[in-house]
Design a protein around this ligand. Structure first.
Ligand code: SF4
Ligand code: SF4
Length: 201
């Protein structure tokens, strides 16, 4: 775990960390740092903070550390950590809440993940289903990785594993409405977490 200047942490930082946890429905005091979440995480090797450490820094009010971490952007939301926690701490939802907070703060420590997320949602919203070939093209253009996977794309096109036809499902308006509802729920949880009674004091 990296060194931390505790004297630099303000009450506003502590409140913001509590609000992030509240948005995830988590009481930070429940975590006793056993590490079972980290031990089960399939992506821990690629993370800059272990899942346990994300919770620890939130407990300490180390807002900058948490908002600048790549870990929440690497997290695949697989829920293994939450299912292993003996204290029922929902680490998975916490990762998502940190990610949203980081984005709201204009941080984006792993911009490619944010671009991919936005393009994926836009793709599914428009078509009801992900059109991977167009998703990959939009991601490559917006991330600046223009030729990423170009070789694979040529091979997959040659073998008819992907095509150029755009697929639209019948109920795509309903899918778009579901996405809208989920995003509105995110905003409502955020607004609720920022009220004094939304924290876990
Ligand atoms: S498994 Fe639960 S109690 Fe243990 S470190 Fe992770 S969040 Fe904390
Ligand atoms: S939800 Fe994220 S942090 Fe938790 S085990 Fe999966 S990848 Fe790791």
């Amino acid at each position: 775990m990296q060194a931390l200047d505790l004297s630099a942490i303000t009450q506003a930082d502590i409140d913001a960390c509590q609000a992030i946890a509240a948005e995830a429905g988590v009481n930070l005091k429940d975590c006793y740092q056993c590490g079972k979440c980290t031990a089960g995480c399939p992506l821990a090797d690629g993370m800059d903070l272990m899942p346990r450490e994300v919770i620890r820094f939130l407990q300490l009010g180390a807002l900058d550390v948490v908002l600048n971490a790549k870990t929440p952007w690497i997290c695949a939301q697989c829920v293994v950590c939450s299912s292993r926690c003996p204290q029922n701490v929902d680490i998975c939802s916490t990762m998502r809440a940190v990610r949203l907070a980081s984005k709201r703060a204009g941080k984006r420590p792993l911009p490619e993940a944010d671009i991919f997320d936005d393009e994926f949602i836009a793709n599914v919203r428009a078509h009801g289903v992900s059109n991977e070939q167009y998703l990959a093209a939009a991601y490559n253009v917006k991330s600046g990785h223009l030729m990423q996977d170009a070789e694979n794309a040529v091979r997959m096109l040659a073998r008819n594993m992907v095509g150029v036809a755009m697929h639209n499902i019948e109920g795509r308006d309903e899918v778009a409405a579901l996405i809208d509802r989920a995003q509105a729920a995110d905003e409502a949880r955020h607004a609720q977490s920022e009220t004094p009674e939304g924290g876990d004091e």
